[in-house]
Design a protein around this ligand. Structure first.
Ligand SMILES: *[C@@H]1O[C@H](CO)[C@@H](O)[C@H](O)[C@H]1NC(C)=O
Ligand SMILES: *[C@@H]1O[C@H](CO)[C@@H](O)[C@H](O)[C@H]1NC(C)=O
Ligand SMILES: *[C@@H]1O[C@H](CO)[C@@H](O)[C@H](O)[C@H]1NC(C)=O
Ligand SMILES: *[C@@H]1O[C@H](CO)[C@@H](O)[C@H](O)[C@H]1NC(C)=O
Ligand SMILES: *[C@@H]1O[C@H](CO)[C@@H](O)[C@H](O)[C@H]1NC(C)=O
Ligand SMILES: *[C@@H]1O[C@H](CO)[C@@H](O)[C@H](O)[C@H]1NC(C)=O
Ligand SMILES: *[C@@H]1O[C@H](CO)[C@@H](O)[C@H](O)[C@H]1NC(C)=O
Ligand SMILES: *[C@@H]1O[C@H](CO)[C@@H](O)[C@H](O)[C@H]1NC(C)=O
Length: 751
């Protein structure tokens, strides 16, 4: 590193040093060049300050020019510029003596000191006298106890650097020279693990380029988006996505305009975002691209379409890839993609949206550099990944490691289809509305039900249930796939009117004519019930006597979640409820009968679509994530999101998870505030009397063991979990409020 580079640091970060030097220089210039001192006194102090800084810059430049090539002092590196400082210190002391005289003469003591005094800076411990420096006293780059608390990983990183800084030349290229100060400078400036204050770096330095004043502008130019979604080859990978976007486009346009009226979208930075759809790549072997028009699973494509559209209308800079060669050509352009020096400040992308398949491809291409990108990742993960499956070492030890889990990311970097576990982030999707007001005005609703089940096998063993519905005078319609005219559907009772697979518009028209949408228990958590409810049909949601999870049903086997489904559609059960949703035991004919009767008597068939599943709600939520989520800050963030005002710490009953503890108080577990709960003091202040203080590694902590009265903290931050629970443990839980219909956001989180 040249002195010039050092100069930049010095100049930018060591404000106090600069000003002190500058003032001294000014006065020195005053005496040497005989500048009219009365003039100096009469001018405003701000003006003086800026002149002082300008002069000192020139002075330092001149000095640095003379010192270029000097090998540094006791810790032999130019980065710390030891000799330069030594020279300056001697000069300074000399100048300071003159200063005293001039000061006296001009009687400006008070104002000079006000320039010198940096606000809040009273700690003189770091400053050295010229004499000390001359005698070889090394500078003290040390962490105070408070800094250690705020930057828990800093000390560990310093220890690592001590051993490993020679392991790659990139460290030296950033000026690391084996000295404690150079470690701290590097770790604070480049990697962000340590506080700048530990070496007197200024905390006022902006982390973003201050000269980039551009803002992200709302964009409603469909052609531009279609241009981004041109297929890279003949595989027509994006065809389905393009169709969905075009179909919904007028609603997207309206949504972003409405949102801009409701909240200020003007002062946002345009983010550089890489979107990689691994599922469409040839290498995935999934044939997703080929299957999209042949009844392939489309849930993921729906989510990708909506995500891409939202990012685009919000005005961010998108790069969309789906093939590994595209990805690798982009990744290879990233500087130092293979270097372990984790300069997070120089990354050419701000956010990477990817899926698990894509992530495996990505890891292959960035190799050593992965660590530096990992905090930029956002994984589209429809089922959810719980902390116990995410932390590789833990999952392996507990024999829970599957091909989905073990990514060692922050759990909130996984984005789900539904608000499954609050440990992950909820992305969701947009529920398409095929009919507008004028289309539906003349549609009459009658005693009709539509069955949720596109395949014959889903209807197996449901005869008794369907007979009861039929007996209640409800005409039952089906939309079951039939391969050909003569194919037999063996599980469909003959009183059912089957339409075969319907297109979106016809299906919604059928739902508009119906009063009931009948769940059969499978498939789990699809979009169909939301569409039915939006069209005014009441959804009968089958309740499970024994929860369905990875141990009880094949569907969830191997999935990185212990989630227990209490019904076919837990979201409809928990977040919508009556009169739109009735969650009942469909194997109890009497319960089915009374529920049907209740629905007909209540006569409430108004459509309802939760805001979070509309275009506007989707954009609002994604915008909030983009503006506020930051997984690259390892220290405690200064401005927490969601803000503390939205959060309450609750002490749960034994055996309950934080998800449940919060939900019982109509709150949602908020993992980004677990750190505040993780102290013995926090447990004690909530009424625990700790017989012993412990720190362990498992998903249940922090908690109080009700048998032993031990207070147990969490040792591994990646294992903070909303869903962990154990019989004897009372968990201490961070819970936040939420906007009804926009559960991802707290009441004051929307902008
Ligand atoms: C210094 O400046 C003041 C005000 O600008 C002026 O009145 C005075 O004559 C100047 N003195 C000399 C020595 O130039
Ligand atoms: C300096 O100014 C203060 C008031 O600001 C005054 O009391 C003091 O006598 C002055 N000293 C000299 C040497 O002019
Ligand atoms: C010192 O600065 C303050 C404001 O910064 C100003 O009001 C005051 O007049 C100055 N005093 C002298 C002696 O210049
Ligand atoms: C947004 O619009 C402003 C004003 O028209 C323009 O200066 C700015 O460059 C635009 N931002 C981007 C990212 O294009
Ligand atoms: C409703 O949709 C139909 C086509 O489905 C269209 O012709 C009509 O203009 C739309 N009406 C409104 C008010 O958007
Ligand atoms: C279904 O309902 C129809 C008309 O209400 C009735 O004739 C038929 O017997 C019922 N079928 C069964 C199996 O209950
Ligand atoms: C119709 O589909 C069934 C299977 O669903 C198959 O066995 C039968 O051969 C098909 N018939 C024709 C004419 O394609
Ligand atoms: C546990 O830690 C708290 C807070 O640090 C302390 O007040 C208490 O005495 C400790 N209890 C035991 C048993 O060490």
């Amino acid at each position: 590193m040249t002195s010039w580079r050092w100069l930049r640091y010095f100049h930018l970060h060591s404000r106090q040093g600069c000003i002190l030097l500058g003032v001294a220089t000014l006065l020195w210039l005053v005496t040497i060049f005989n500048i009219n001192s009365t003039a100096v006194v009469n001018r405003g102090s701000e003006e003086i300050k800026s002149e002082v800084i300008k002069l000192s810059e020139q002075y330092i430049r001149a000095l640095a020019r003379d010192n270029e090539g000097v090998v540094d002092g006791p810790y032999a590196g130019r980065f710390t510029a030891y000799d330069l400082k030594k020279t300056m210190a001697v000069l300074l002391e000399n100048i300071l003596q003159r200063l005293d005289k001039v000061e006296h003469e001009l009687n400006i003591t008070a104002n000079i000191s006000s320039i010198l005094a940096k606000p809040g800076e009273t700690d003189k411990q770091h400053s050295l006298l010229a004499e000390d420096l001359l005698q070889g006293e090394p500078e003290k780059c040390r962490l105070s106890d408070k800094e250690k608390q705020l930057y828990p990983k800093c000390q560990g990183k310093i220890e690592w650097m001590k051993q490993m800084w020679k392991s790659d030349p990139c460290y030296a290229s950033y000026g690391v020279d084996g000295s404690a100060c150079s470690f701290i400078m590097y770790l604070s400036e480049i990697e962000g693990w340590c506080p700048r204050s530990a070496w007197h770096g200024s905390s006022l330095v902006p982390t973003h380029d201050i000269f980039d004043m551009r803002s992200a502008n709302i964009t409603t130019d469909l052609d531009g988006l279609m241009q981004l979604l041109k297929d890279p080859n003949e595989r027509q990978g994006y065809a389905w996505i393009r169709m969905r976007i075009k179909r919904i486009w007028p609603r997207w346009e309206e949504a972003i305009k409405n949102l801009a009226r409701k909240q200020d979208l003007s002062k946002r930075k345009p983010k550089k975002i890489l979107v990689h759809l691994g599922l469409l790549s040839k290498q995935s072997g999934w044939k997703f691209a080929e299957m999209q028009f042949k009844g392939g699973p489309l849930g993921e494509l729906v989510q990708w379409s909506d995500l891409i559209t939202a990012l685009y209308v919000l005005g961010h800079q998108l790069t969309i890839t789906s093939e590994t060669d595209q990805l690798s050509s982009i990744v290879s352009q990233l500087p130092a993609a293979n270097s372990p020096c984790q300069s997070r400040r120089e990354l050419p992308v701000d956010i990477i949206y990817i899926d698990i398949v894509g992530l495996k491809q990505f890891k292959k291409y960035v190799k050593n550099g992965y660590g530096k990108f990992s905090c930029l990742l956002r994984i589209l993960d429809s089922f959810g990944t719980e902390p116990a499956f995410n932390l590789r070492s833990f999952a392996k030890q507990r024999k829970k490691l599957t091909s989905w889990g073990g990514q060692d990311l922050m759990p909130q970097q996984f984005f789900n289809m539904f608000p499954h576990s609050p440990d992950n982030s909820f992305m969701g999707f947009v529920v398409e509305r095929h009919l507008n007001e004028s289309d539906v005005r003349d549609i009459e609703r009658s005693n009709m039900a539509v069955v949720y089940g596109k395949n014959d096998y889903m209807w197996q063993d449901k005869k008794e249930y369907l007979n009861m519905v039929n007996k209640s005078g409800i005409v039952i319609h089906g939309t079951v796939y039939k391969e050909n005219k003569s194919a037999k559907l063996e599980h469909i009772p003959n009183y059912v009117i089957n339409h075969g697979i319907l297109n979106g518009e016809d299906l919604h028209t059928l739902l508009r004519k119906s009063k009931i949408f009948l769940g059969l228990g499978f498939p789990y958590e699809g979009p169909a019930p939301l569409e039915a409810i939006a069209n005014g049909a009441v959804y009968i949601n089958p309740k499970f006597a024994k929860p369905h999870n990875r141990n009880t049903v094949p569907f969830f086997k191997g999935k990185p979640t212990e989630r227990e489904l209490t019904s076919q559609h837990p979201y409809a059960e928990q977040f919508i409820g009556e009169p739109y949703v009735y969650t009942i035991n469909i194997n109890d004919p009497e319960e089915v009968r009374t529920t049907i009767q209740k629905i007909l008597d209540t006569d409430h068939f108004k459509g309802y679509l939760p805001y979070e599943y509309t275009e506007e709600g989707f954009i609002q939520r994604m915008n909030a994530y983009i503006e506020h989520q930051n997984f690259c800050q390892f220290q405690k963030q200064l401005t927490k999101w969601p803000p503390e005002s939205a959060v309450q710490i609750l002490f749960g009953e034994a055996g309950k998870s934080c998800k449940d503890v919060c939900w019982e108080k109509n709150l949602i577990c908020e993992p980004s505030h677990f750190l505040e709960t993780n102290s013995h003091g926090a447990l004690i202040s909530h009424g625990a009397s700790c017989a012993a203080n412990k720190t362990l590694i498992d998903i249940f902590y922090p908690a109080l063991d009700t048998k032993t009265n031990d207070c147990i903290l969490q040792q591994e931050e990646l294992l903070f979990s909303c869903v962990g629970k154990q019989v004897n443990l009372r968990r201490l839980c961070p819970c936040r409020n939420y906007i009804k219909g926009q559960t991802a956001l707290c009441l004051t989180c929307e902008s």
